[in-house]
Design a protein around this ligand. Structure first.
Ligand code: HEC
Ligand code: HEC
Length: 373
């Protein structure tokens, strides 16, 4: 009768085998397989790596992209299949299809570029945790700042070096500034005047697949030869934002992505609030004036006691458009704030119905406003 191997059996057997081999070889970092049960081979992590030729990997990755593996498995497989040729086991037992989920930034969700996901998975498989973050940051940081596809990628097409020839011409390059698949693909489409479904866009992603696979191997080769030195550091504008948001001061943001494309140039732009009258008998939100308005309107509110006030503009779908007063403490009185028709990102909003909503303690009131251009 076949007995299932328990987790405990596995750990005991694996460590026994590991101890044995360590004693013989006199090394602590095992690049070997241990036998768990019968012929079951267990390969300790990190997996073995061998120096590879980035240009061979580039051609493989490009080829896999076009052969149903797409960007993420294409990048991963371009490297893992080359390692299988060089080293055999365990690489021969790992289907590159494990990374298929990452295509299109995660089955078309456009989140993390699949090439970056595939390259990072490979790095995580062959390097210890202490080293992988700086290698991955180097890869991802390079990607956000590089002209893609690279010159080498375009030249390989012009020289007829790829195995698939759906489009062999030169392709426009762009710097996306972001590790997001969506930003990268859409910005490139705009730069190249192409549609997502065009063969040039697909070939562009195939070349980027080759680029990221080649870059991953370049970094891993340097790491393997113990000559890897990180060059990527967070850009100054990100460091500036994180000095408050990423540190003890606020500690509410965890990202290395450039904040500006999503939050605009001046995320803290606050409206100046004017004191009109030093006393008030009730909580109140007055009708804005002028109304209808274009492009700006004034909104008055009053608080009879010291209270934290929130005053926001919502659109007709209930989406927050603009924060005019952000939980600030107000002394008793009447106040006036001007809404200039800009949203939180600094863009002018369209004509339509908007709602001013005031909250102060348990008090809440809404006024309908109409922007007519
Ligand atoms: C000097 C410290 C400091 C720096 C530097 C800083 N922030 Fe802030 N940020 C704040 C504080 C304080 C708030 C308000 C927090 C709250 O109300 O919870 C805030 C709020 C925000 C908000 C929310 C805005 C809103 O409408 O409530 C965003 C978005 C934001 N910051 C983005 C950024 C970005 C992007 C940068 C870099 C360009 C940046 N911050 C730099 C302190 C800072
Ligand atoms: C890919 C887009 C993106 C990037 C890049 C990004 N953010 Fe955000 N951030 C968002 C979204 C979406 C929210 C959710 C709230 C919203 O809709 O504003 C958010 C929320 C926030 C909030 C809370 C906002 C609030 O209303 O209180 C802060 C603060 C913030 N981000 C700061 C930063 C900082 C600092 C950076 C750069 C280091 C950054 N973000 C990078 C998209 C982004």
């Amino acid at each position: 009768m076949k007995k299932n191997l328990t987790r405990k059996d596995f750990l005991v057997n694996a460590s026994k085998a590991a101890v044995g081999v360590t004693a013989v070889a006199g090394v602590t970092n095992l690049i070997t397989t241990a036998t768990a049960k019968g012929n079951t081979k267990i390969t300790p992590w990190p997996w073995p790596y061998a120096e590879l030729d980035p240009e061979i990997v580039r051609i493989q990755a490009h080829n896999y992209y076009w052969n149903e593996k797409d960007c993420c498995s294409g990048t991963f497989g371009g490297i893992s299949a080359t390692l299988a040729t060089e080293l055999g086991e365990p690489w021969t037992n790992l289907p590159m299809e494990i990374m298929l989920f990452g295509r299109g930034g995660g089955v078309g969700w456009g989140i993390l570029c699949g090439c970056l996901n595939g390259g990072a998975a490979l790095i995580s498989l062959v390097t210890p945790k202490a080293d992988s973050a700086s290698l991955i940051s180097e890869l991802w940081g390079w990607y956000t700042q590089a002209e893609l596809p690279t010159e080498q990628a375009n030249q390989a097409a012009i020289d007829g070096k790829y195995l698939v020839h759906n489009f062999d011409g030169d392709l426009p390059q762009n710097i996306s500034g972001s590790p997001l698949c969506h930003a990268s693909v859409t910005e490139w489409c705009i730069a190249a005047s192409k549609k997502v479904g065009d063969v040039e866009r697909k070939e562009r992603c195939a070349r980027v697949t080759g680029d990221v696979a080649a870059k991953t191997v370049e970094l891993l080769n340097a790491w393997y030869k113990q000559s890897f030195t990180p060059t990527y550091s967070d850009p100054a504008n990100v460091v500036a934002c994180l000095s408050c948001h990423g540190s003890a001061a606020l500690n509410n943001v965890m990202t290395k992505m450039d904040c500006q494309p999503c939050h605009g140039d001046d995320p803290h732009a606050t409206q100046s609030v004017e004191l009109i009258n030093k006393s008030a008998s009730t909580f109140n939100l007055s009708q804005n004036y002028p109304n209808p308005f274009n492009p700006s309107t004034r909104i008055r509110f009053s608080v009879p006691l010291t209270e934290k006030v929130r005053l926001e503009v919502y659109d007709i779908q209930g989406k927050l458009i603009k924060t005019l007063v952000d939980y600030d403490l107000y002394q008793p009185g009447s106040y006036e704030v001007t809404w200039d028709g800009l949203d939180n990102r600094g863009s002018m909003v369209a004509s339509g119905i908007y709602f001013a909503k005031m909250h102060a303690g348990k008090f809440a009131q809404t006024k309908k406003m109409s922007l007519v251009k």
